[in-house]
Design a protein around this ligand. Sequence first.
Ligand code: ADE
Length: 228
Amino acid sequence: MTIGIIGAMREEITPLLEHYKKHEAIAFGGNTFYKVTLGNKTLIIACSRIGKVHSALTASTMVLNFGCEKIIFNGVAGGINPSYKIGDLVLASKLCQHDVDITAFGHPYGYFSESKIFTESDCVLNGIAKAIAKENGINLHEGVVATGDQFVHSKERKEWIKKEFNADAIEMEGASVAVVCDNLNVPICVIRAISDNAGDEALVSYEEFLESSARVSALLVIKMIEKL
Ligand code: ADE
């Protein structure tokens, strides 16, 4: 089985490459993909770079070029749900694109014609993540994740996203990867650890906690790989 693991930032894949020390770097399509062989499992790990386009390109490449049969997204997110604290883990139950706006045509926010507002993640992969969390006493929130090409650092914008999509966390890649996986029939799981609360102090918090929260998320992903 070949499993793709994507992080948007270098900090989000470094803990994985440190853990899977023996990896082969393969250059493809302007990016580097790291191949790890674990018995009958092959991992393809990549840093997509930030945003919806980069992450969609990486997910498509993983599936169509490297033959990935499952995709796990690993990284950090801004918390919208007030009960989420820095370092808490979030499993995306479904994902949407908060920056999509063709309301001029009478459509709701987040909707593109012939598509849908929310894309579900895979319940089997999510079940494995939840079982691991339970076994290890890890507090794993399950919530709606909103994606957009914006680093959200304002109370107003975050409240709008919460109101419009009932979102619990915000990031910049999950929904685009989920759309690719949905269209290519590949199961997807999005795991994120909170680095900031997407409010006015988000940048300071993000810079402080990016690395530590990325490690929290990667630890759960590594445990998932052991179970797959
Ligand atoms: N990823 C982590 N924090 C974020 C934020 N506040 N906005 C968008 N993506 C993020």
